[in-house]
Write a protein that binds this ligand. Structure first.
Ligand SMILES: [Zn+2]
Length: 72
């Protein structure tokens, strides 16, 4: 026997098995909102500015390293 929301359509009822027009619509909106939320969250989680961080070189080359780099 199919689950029915009894005139109170919601995404939750859709999850419970009701497939009336109201529940399908509620679910569509709900999943769209979820997608949007996910998109926003993943954007927020991205560490800001890390891409622009300069590569860290060892700040003090030894004499030997400089010589080697010059090829002498
Ligand atoms: Zn329903």
């Amino acid at each position: 026997m199919p689950v029915k929301c009894k005139g109170r359509p919601s995404a939750n009822w859709y999850g419970n098995g009701c497939r009336c027009a109201g529940c399908r619509d509620a679910w569509r909106l709900h999943s769209a909102a979820l997608r949007e939320e996910k998109r926003k969250n993943s954007k927020d989680k991205k560490p800001s500015g890390s891409r622009d961080k300069p590569i860290v070189f060892s700040d003090a080359f030894t004499r030997e390293e400089i010589m080697r780099a010059r090829g002498t």
